[in-house]
Design a protein around this ligand. Structure first.
Ligand code: FES
Length: 118
């Protein structure tokens, strides 16, 4: 049972280069930061501004929430993404989620990018 003083907590399960990582996050936490703070070196090359799409994840299960205009517009410019792709820098956690992390700094050998704002 969750503690009402700290609000709702959701379970994130992430398929990443290093294997499956599972952790709990508070409701409304930005997904990209939750991943990074739990050991997934996900790329976020534009600093969380819906410009680069390197923070993309595939939603395998769970409700990723409504998609906003900046995210919808940039994703529409990409032809190599499937319908379950979302930008983790534009997502706030509102449900248990199972996601696949697509791009990681350690895999690509590049800097992750500036840390997105809370
Ligand atoms: S689109 Fe660049 S960090 Fe999310």
């Amino acid at each position: 049972m969750s503690d009402p003083a700290i609000g709702k907590v959701f379970r994130i399960t992430a398929e990443a280069a290093q294997g499956t990582i599972a952790f709990d996050v508070e409701e409304n936490r930005k997904l990209v930061l939750a991943l990074e703070d739990n050991g997934v070196d996900i790329l976020h090359r534009c600093g969380g501004n819906a410009k680069c799409t390197t923070c993309r994840v595939e939603i395998l299960d769970g409700d990723p929430g409504e998609i906003g205009d900046p995210e919808r517009v940039i994703l529409a410019t990409k032809t190599d993404l499937n319908d379950h792709t979302r930008l983790s820098c534009q997502m706030r956690v509102i449900d248990d989620l199972h996601v696949k992390v697509v791009r990681q700094a350690s895999v690509e050998g590049i800097d992750a990018g500036g840390r997105p704002q809370e």
